[in-house]
Design a binder for this molecule. Structure first.
Ligand SMILES: NC(=O)c1ccc[n+]([C@@H]2O[C@H](COP(=O)([O-])OP(=O)(O)OC[C@H]3O[C@@H](n4cnc5c(N)ncnc54)[C@H](O)[C@@H]3O)[C@@H](O)[C@H]2O)c1
Length: 256
C-alpha cells in the first residue's frame, strides 16, 4: 500500500462522500492529502481523522469555495508557501439540487446558476489554478469527477446537473490536449449511483433506490470505496500513458 509515496494530492469536496474516501485511501497509499472543502468544520474533522489513521503530517484542511476564484488562488498560494504544492489534484466537489433541479421546463434560472457556479465554474477554476501550479513544477495528474448523466439522457430529471457534468467531460479532453506536452495529464472518473450524503433523497426512498439499482448490471449501488482504486491508478505513474479519457466505475450502467 504505497503507490503514492512522495505525492501531495489536493482533493476538493474531500470533507464528505467520495472525496473523503479517496483522501483517506491516498493517505494510506503514502500521499500527503489536502482536504479542500467549503465546509471548514467537516474538512478539519476529516484531516484529523486521516492524520490519526495515517500519521502526523499526512493531511491538512483548506477551506475553499471552488466557485470563488480568489479563494481557489489563495488556497494554491497557501499550499505553495507551506511546501505542500500538489502534484495530484482531484477536482471532485459538486452539488446536485434535489427537489429543485428537474426537467428543463421546471428549472428556475437560480437553480441552474447555482449548479453551474459550483460544478462547472468551480471545477474550471480548480483545474485552471492546478494547471498554473503544475506548469511551474513540471507536471502532474488532474482527475475530474464526472457522471453518467453527462453521457446520455439518463439524467433528464436533472437538467442543470447533467449539463454541467457533460461540460466537465469536455473540459477533461480540452485541458488534456492542451497540456499533454507539459507533463500534465487530465482524466475523468464517472461513478454511477454511489451512496453518499449527496444522494440521500434517493437512498432514503426504497422505490426510487431500487429503480436505480435495477439499471446497474452488477446489481448494487456503488460505495465511495468503489471509486478509490481508479483514483489511485490515475494519480500514480501506472496511468502514465492515460490522458483525456473518461473512466466509468458504474457497475456496468453505461454499458447498457
Ligand atoms: N454520489 C453519487 O451518486 C455520484 C454519482 C456520480 C458523480 N458524483 C459526483 O461525485 C462528486 C462528489 O459527490 P459525493 O457524492 O461525494 O457528494 P457529497 O455531498 O458527499 O460531497 C460533496 C462535498 O463537496 C463539498 N462542496 C460542495 N460545494 C462546494 C464548493 N462550492 N466548494 C468546495 N466544496 C464544495 C461539500 O461540502 C461536500 O463535502 C460530485 O462531483 C458528484 O457530482 C456523485
Amino acid at each position: 500500500m504505497s503507490r503514492l509515496t512522495s505525492r501531495t494530492a489536493l482533493i476538493t469536496g474531500a470533507a464528505s462522500g467520495i472525496g473523503l474516501a479517496v483522501a483517506s485511501r491516498f493517505a494510506r497509499e503514502g500521499a500527503r492529502v489536502v482536504i479542500a472543502d467549503r465546509d471548514s468544520g467537516a474538512a478539519r474533522t476529516a484531516a484529523e481523522s486521516i492524520t490519526a489513521e495515517s500519521g502526523p503530517g499526512t493531511a491538512r484542511a483548506v477551506t475553499v469555495d471552488i466557485a470563488d476564484e480568489a479563494a481557489v488562488e489563495s488556497a494554491f498560494a497557501e499550499l505553495a508557501a507551506a511546501d505542500w504544492t500538489p502534484d495530484v489534484v482531484i477536482a471532485n466537489a459538486g452539488v446536485q439540487l434535489f427537489g429543485q433541479d428537474a426537467k428543463i421546463a421546471e428549472v428556475d434560472l437560480e437553480v441552474w446558476q447555482r449548479t453551474v457556479d459550483v460544478n462547472l465554474t468551480g471545477t474550471f477554476l480548480t483545474v485552471k489554478h492546478a494547471v498554473r501550479s503544475m506548469l511551474a513544477t513540471g507536471g502532474g495528474s488532474i482527475v475530474i469527477t464526472g457522471s453518467p448523466t453527462g453521457l446520455s439522457g439518463e439524467g433528464n430529471d436533472f437538467t442543470a446537473y447533467a449539463t454541467t457534468k457533460a461540460g466537465l467531460h469536455g473540459l477533461t479532453r480540452t485541458v488534456a490536449a492542451a497540456y499533454a506536452a507539459d507533463g500534465i495529464r487530465v482524466n475523468a472518473v464517472i461513478p454511477a449511483y454511489t451512496e453518499t450524503p449527496l444522494v440521500t433523497t434517493i437512498s432514503d426512498d426504497p422505490e426510487e433506490r431500487s429503480a436505480i439499482v435495477s439499471r446497474i448490471p452488477l446489481g448494487r449501488a456503488g460505495t465511495p470505496q468503489d471509486v478509490e482504486g481508479i483514483m489511485v491508478f490515475l494519480a500514480s505513474d501506472d496511468s502514465a500513458f492515460a490522458t483525456g479519457s473518461l473512466f466509468a466505475v458504474d457497475g456496468g450502467m453505461t454499458a447498457l
